[in-house]
Design a protein around this ligand. Structure first.
Ligand SMILES: Cc1cc2nc3c(=O)[nH]c(=O)nc-3n(C[C@H](O)[C@H](O)[C@H](O)COP(=O)(O)OP(=O)(O)OC[C@H]3O[C@@H](n4cnc5c(N)ncnc54)[C@H](O)[C@@H]3O)c2cc1C
Length: 526
């Protein structure tokens, strides 16, 4: 099995469980969201023997429920967090420039200024200027434009009462695909990973089993198999579940975080959008309307959440709030409920403490428990490499069990798999075949911008089996080769893994019972 080969098949999963049970790892990472994956990737690059497990799918929780922005966070200038914005910008530019230019795309943002709105044009103009200055004007100059110029970029922008608009540059991505590519990078670097494998207890060394955390007991959620992993160090990167795992380590552990729910919805788009909208709702909150996957992504809400993280859902009240708030800046004709194709919700992890959730700082929470387990949660998708390095450094210096000095410092900036120009890949996918048998240019562009040069592996699958070039649903660009590739090379084992996170069928509303049944039967033949 090549390092990047999947463990998705039943026998592959059994082999991976066996491999996980057999060795003692330097590091076990619990949680395969973007933070766990980042630390796994870096630790494996540093030469450590690393295992990573997730109770569900990789990036199946918060990391596929974000606003898909790789951004500095204009809003944080409101709370005076200039250092955080500069740090976010640095990581944003690294991701878009060296690490994943094939997956992270530039996007212009327009902030409309309405008569009676929460911010005036002069203040917003100064804000976007400072924002662009903090990224050394790498994405142009943040500035104020006229209503006509704003409407030319976003024809669906509400025109009544529009006084001016501010513009600035950021980036966007398909979060679940970038996460899967990062898992692949970690596996290429030598990590062993398994999804749908839940940690049900922690192993502890010492006579009464109350000492140092030295591994975990797991249950395979697909077939119920129980197994265990031993490790010198254990990292808890379970996002909204972080305190649940901390209580496995120490039943008396005090809460370290609080949660805030953020819901989004995806809608069919009726006009081209050359830019996204950042719509100020009040002094602190903004609502985004973002062109994404040929659709419009709207959100998000920000509301304290105290239920079971597994139950988080976008409710009907969330949809009404999102449409209402989008309506501050988007015309009604683009906000019809019948155009909603998908809705989802995720949980922000915020440092514990008093105050409202929407003004709380988006900081990373790093704690060390009584059994020596390190726990990390919070922060931003955008800064995942930075957070990964901080955590790796903390692991390397844990008292009593050092892994080595300054591991993070020796790591080069390694690009994600498939690094290539999406335009060049799309052109070659199209021209590689004879006229008459050519790939649909829309499909070629879709593959190039979601896989980079790995799209050529998909093209080879199609060459061997031409029916794999057919669309999974006639209304979307995803093709059967992607489902096969997801099964064989990207750890997809359930229909949702394929439809929601490896392809874009669910977000486009194309996840029909027939499509689901065909994907399920494809997975069963793996
Ligand atoms: C609404 C919203 C919008 C956001 N928008 C942006 C944005 O646009 N840009 C940006 O930069 N950031 C954004 N963020 C922040 C970003 O999404 C998060 O910081 C990031 O995804 C957190 O990743 P994580 O790995 O810590 O958590 P998660 O992705 O939640 O991963 C935790 C994993 O742990 C697993 N797990 C839990 N319990 C167990 C167990 N017992 N055994 C094994 N595994 C377990 C879960 O299955 C899960 O996959 C947003 C967040 C939210 C909520």
């Amino acid at each position: 099995m090549s390092p990047a080969m999947s463990s998705a098949t039943i026998s592959g999963r059994a082999e991976t469980r066996e491999e996980l049970s057999r060795s003692t790892y330097d590091l076990l990472v619990i949680g395969g969201g973007i933070l766990g994956t980042s630390v796994t990737w870096m630790a494996a690059q540093a030469g450590l023997r690393v295992a990573m497990v997730d109770a569900g799918d990789f990036a199946g929780a918060t990391s596929s429920a974000s606003s898909k922005l790789v951004h500095g966070g204009l809003r944080y200038l409101q709370t005076g967090n200039v250092k955080l914005v500069a740090e976010n910008h640095r990581e944003r530019r690294a991701l878009a420039g060296e690490i994943a230019p094939h997956l992270v795309k530039p996007l212009t943002f327009v902030v409309p200024v309405y008569r009676g709105g929460p911010h005036g044009a002069a203040k917003l103009g100064a804000g976007v200027f400072l924002y662009s200055a903090l990224s050394v004007f790498g994405d142009g100059l943040g500035r104020v434009i006229s209503p006509q110029q704003a409407l030319a970029k976003v024809p669906a922008l509400r025109g009544e009462g529009l006084r001016a608009a501010a513009v600035y540059g950021d980036h966007q991505m398909n979060d679940s695909r970038v996460a899967v590519m990062t898992v692949r990078a970690a596996v290429d670097a030598g990590a062993v990973v398994l999804n749908h494998a839940e940690v049900v207890g922690l192993r502890k060394s010492g006579p009464s089993g109350t000492g140092t955390v030295s591994g975990a007991d797991l249950r395979d959620r697909l077939d119920g198999t129980e197994f265990g992993v031993n490790a010198r160090l254990v990292l808890n990167a379970t996002g909204p579940w972080v305190d649940h795992l901390r209580r496995m380590e120490d039943p008396g552990a005090a809460p370290s975080i609080r949660l805030s729910k953020g819901a989004h919805l995806v809608m069919r788009r009726h006009e081209p959008w050359k830019a996204a909208l950042t719509i100020p709702i009040d002094k602190y909150r903004v609502s985004f309307a973002i062109p994404w996957e040929d659709h419009l992504l709207l959100g998000t809400t920000d509301e304290a959440y105290e239920g079971d993280p597994a139950d988080v859902r976008a409710t009907d009240a969330d949809l009404s709030q999102i449409l209402d708030e989008a309506g501050h800046g988007v015309r009604d004709t683009q906000l019809r409920r019948e155009d909603i194709t998908y809705a989802f919700a995720g949980l922000r992890v915020l440092p514990g403490g008093p105050g409202g959730v929407s003004s709380a700082k988006r900081e990373t929470v790093l704690t060390r428990g009584a059994g020596g387990m390190l726990s990390v949660a919070g922060g931003k998708w955008t800064t995942y490499r930075h957070i990964g390095k901080v955590v790796l450094d903390a692991l390397a210096h844990l008292p009593g069990r050092p892994l080595g000095d300054d591991l993070a410092d020796i790591l080069p900036a390694v690009p994600l798999p498939g690094l290539a120009s999406p335009e060049a890949v799309a052109l070659r996918l199209w021209t590689d075949r004879e006229p008459g048998t050519r790939m649909d240019p829309l499909v070629a562009r879709h593959l190039a911008s979601h896989y980079g040069s790995i799209a050529f592996d998909l093209a080879r699958l199609i060459r061997d089996e031409p029916s794999l070039g057919e669309r999974i649903h006639p209304d979307g660009p995803d093709i059967w080769a992607q489902a096969v590739y997801a099964r064989d090379r990207e750890w997809a084992v359930t229909a949702d893994d394929v439809l929601r996170r490896r392809t874009t069928l669910t977000v486009r509303g194309l996840d029909t019972p027939e499509v689901r049944a065909r994907v399920q039967s494809l997975l069963a033949t793996g």
